[in-house]
Design a protein around this ligand. Structure first.
Ligand code: PLP
Length: 443
């Protein structure tokens, strides 16, 4: 075996800084902030070229469910590679895309029987927004062209998706390019006034939504929400009752409801889809991506109802949904997604996760009591808390401190969240919680 010195790590970092424009990054910051070179992954760990390891406690931007280099997903992909890697989906079809569409429909809230595919989360948002507008257009109501989203929402960063996103750092520069939409208050449970329950907060926010829809339903095509957890604005959590209220209001005011489960889907919030916790009729659209392939390949899907599908079904081509991406329904990606669904079925993952989430809650209890921690919160496999700190560079500082302790963590502002792959062992989670507490001690 050859020993690779630190020089190997450094070489990849230098070459990357020169040739790769990294996402969500001021490249100049990398003069001091480390870029982490990754040579390989195994389970919940990523390894650099030196053999140093990092616990992937953010599931590589929320996509990984069952660990890196998962043998079962690997085997499915190897098998698919020998059969069909990709074929165009316009006018053609193949086994993985048909099976995946049927299985997603069976798992989704009842009535979402038609799957349209994209390649990433933002394109799923674009598809849902365009479909919602086009639905009303086909129904003879083209004035319904506005969208409503929640304060602190994140639905992706292409121009259409950014227009329904409310995260200043992503949005502000591009605001002049964006279609004007409406924002309504979110039911963030940290906003509870003394004596108010999470449910009360949900009702207060829903009343604001109702006032908006009462005034603007004639020009509103759809409401888009991240069910239960608004991820990118800092793991902002709300009571499921809000979703039931929003569903009822959208029905009453004839506004379509888009559930963006790009982050919350595939077991992340404790049920297979977050929407299940709403105890309400299905949304009109369900956007899926991220965990759909277990973190292997880019793929997204928008599921919709018969009512939406039927409004496009016509002899007139112009009434069809004329939207396409080159890699739509990619066979390898669909096969990875099928392998993910097999794991959910064979290992009864949702039930197992329920027990895992309880163990994580217990293991994180000392962290929840840390004097710097505020608003400790958990929804299924997502734990988050806000940190009391005067450091203006907290997120960067924490990221570097975490790396020094073999942890990959990326706080959002002063919110730290733990969202590892479902397969981390109790010992690994305990290591994570203990070392995070150590960082907070140093803060
Ligand atoms: C990540 C995310 C998106 C965007 O997905 P990309 O694949 O990054 O384009 C949209 N909505 C939500 C809720 C997300 O978390």
């Amino acid at each position: 075996m050859t020993t690779i010195g630190d020089a190997a790590n450094r070489a990849w970092v230098t070459r990357s800084r020169r040739a790769v424009w990294h996402p969500c990054t001021q490249m100049k910051a990398h003069e001091t902030l480390p870029i982490v070179p990754i040579a390989r992954g195994a389970g919940a760990w990523l390894f650099d070229f030196e053999g140093r390891r990092y616990l992937d406690a953010v599931s590589s931007w929320w996509v990984n469910l069952f660990g890196h280099a998962n043998p079962r997903i690997n085997a499915a992909l190897v098998n698919q590679l020998a059969t069909l890697e990709h074929a165009m989906l316009a006018g053609f079809t193949h086994r993985p895309v048909v099976e995946l569409s049927e299985r997603l429909a069976a798992l989704a809230p009842a009535g979402l029987g038609h799957a349209f595919y994209g390649s990433d989360g933002a394109s799923a948002t674009e598809i849902a927004l365009k479909m919602a507008f086009h639905y009303w257009h086909n129904r003879g109501r083209p004035s319904k062209r506005q969208f409503v989203s929640l304060e602190g929402s994140y639905h992706g960063e292409t121009l259409g998706a950014l227009a329904v996103t409310d995260v200043a750092i992503f949005r502000d520069t591009y605001a002049p390019l964006l279609h004007r939409n409406a924002l309504v208050p979110n039911p963030d449970l940290r906003q509870a006034r003394p004596g108010e329950s999470a449910r009360d907060v949900a009702e207060r926010a829903a009343a604001r939504l109702e006032a908006h829809l009462a005034a603007h339903h004639a020009t509103t095509a759809a409401l888009i929400v991240e069910p239960l957890v608004q991820g990118a604005s800092g793991m902002v959590m709300h009571d499921p009752h809000y979703l039931a209220l929003a569903r009822a209001l959208c029905t009453r005011y004839e506004v379509l409801l888009i559930a963006d489960e790009i982050m919350t889907g595939f077991g992340r919030t404790g049920t297979f889809f977050a929407w299940e916790q709403a105890a309400a009729p299905a949304p009109d659209f369900l956007c899926l991506s991220k965990g759909i392939t277990g973190g292997y390949l880019p793929l997204s899907a928008v599921l919709c109802t018969d009512a939406v599908y039927d409004a496009f079904y016509d002899d007139d081509p112009g009434r069809g949904f004329l939207h396409s991406h080159s890699y739509t329904g990619n066979a390898l990606a669909c096969r990875a997604a099928l392998a993910v669904l097999d794991i959910f079925r064979d290992d009864d993952v949702v039930a197992a996760n329920r027990a895992t989430a309880e163990r994580w809650r217990a293991l994180a209890a000392p962290l929840a009591r840390h004097p710097r921690v505020r608003h400790f919160r958990q929804r299924g496999m997502i734990l988050a808390f806000d940190v009391e700190t005067a450091r203006p560079d907290f997120a960067r500082w924490f990221f570097a401190e975490a790396l020094a302790r073999e942890l990959l963590l990326r706080p959002i502002g002063r919110t730290v969240y733990l969202m590892p792959p479902y397969i981390v062992t109790d010992a690994e989670f305990e290591l994570l919680a203990t070392r995070v507490a150590g960082i907070l001690d140093a803060a």
